[in-house]
Structure formats: C-alpha cells, structure tokens
Design a binder for this molecule. Structure first.
Ligand code: FE2
Ligand code: FE2
Ligand code: FE2
Length: 182
C-alpha cells in the first residue's frame, strides 16, 4: 500500500476510535441530564464510528507494526447542547476536509479498498451531522428530540431513523446486516 494512503487510514482509524468513545461518554451525560433519545442517538452513532474504525483497520491488514497515530480529537464534557455541537463540528470537519482529501488521495494512488472505506465513512458522516443538528434544535428548546428506532449498517455505518431499509443505499447490505437502537 502507498505510504500516504496507509497513513491516512491509520489517522482515520484513530479519529473513528476516539469519536466512538467520545460519543459514549456524551451518551451517558445526555441520559443523566434527562435526554434519553439524545443518549440513544449518541450510542447508535458511536456504533457507526466503530464500523468505520473496523473497516479502516481491516484495510491495513498488511501494514503490520506499532506506530504513533496522529488524529484530531475533540475534548470536553459539556452540557448536552455543547456535546451535540461538538459532534456537529467533528462530523463537519470529516465531511468538508478529512474524508474528501483522503478519498481523493486513495483514488489518485489506485487504492480501491481504502477508497471504499473512506467513501463509506464520508457518506455516513453527512447523515450524522444532520441528525445531531436536528437533535440540538430540540435540546436548545428544552426538549428531548422525538426519535424513532435508529438503524446502523454493520458493513458501512450507514445510519437511518425509522424502519430498517430492505437494502443499504450505500453498500447494498441486506436487512440482517443492520443493528437497531430502539
Ligand atoms: Fe465515522
Ligand atoms: Fe460520524
Ligand atoms: Fe451499508
């Protein structure tokens, strides 16, 4: 694998692992503060981030060894509104800068597997930013947002509220490959 794509996969792996944990911390906080649906949203999206981390790690199967991994991570445990804002900012950075750049580099270097892994993540992060934005509007109005079941594709991390789709619109996975957070 080309060095730059390997470094980008490692960095993205680090970022996704940290987002996963950060969202679980913020889920606990939301539940403690009387926002159970925000808690469930953070838990569902945390799972999607672990799907992304797993995909990136799997693409690195032939890049063996211990390395320092530089990644951006947002810190802080604030109010639920502040934590949702933190989620929006992290996802927006991934959507506008990180994943498009990594995706184009993988494309340029002919790294098909990495390209797909970045494409899956980028597609899901767009949905995450929108869901956090909607949730924050409710929280800022003093309410826990209405939230149906949240479905996560175990293959690509695609995230959707409501009924399970027959087929994942991003990767084509079937219903048995979804996990429901209800
Ligand atoms: Fe992600
Ligand atoms: Fe995300
Ligand atoms: Fe999928």
């Amino acid at each position: 694998m080309h060095d730059m794509t390997a470094a980008n996969l490692r960095s993205a792996f680090g970022g996704e692992c940290m987002a996963h944990t950060r969202y679980l911390v913020w889920a606990n906080r939301a539940e403690q503060n009387g926002f159970p649906n925000v808690g469930r949203l953070f838990r569902a999206i945390a799972h999607a981030e672990s799907v992304h981390a797993t995909n990136h790690f799997t693409e690195l199967r032939n890049e063996v060894g211990a390395l320092l991994v530089p990644s951006t991570a947002g810190f802080g445990i604030g109010t639920t509104s502040e934590n949702l804002q933190g989620g929006i900012e992290g996802e927006t950075f991934e959507i506008n800068e990180l994943y498009p750049t990594y995706l184009e580099t993988a494309k340029f270097q002919g790294e098909g597997g990495a390209r797909l892994s970045f494409h899956y993540a980028l597609s899901a992060e767009k949905i995450h930013a929108a869901m956090y934005t909607q949730a924050k509007q409710a929280v800022d109005g003093g309410k826990d947002p209405a939230l149906g079941p949240v479905q996560i594709c175990e293959v690509c991390g695609y995230t959707v509220e409501g009924d399970m789709p027959d087929k994942c619109p991003i990767c084509g996975a079937t219903r048995d490959q979804f996990r429901t957070f209800a």
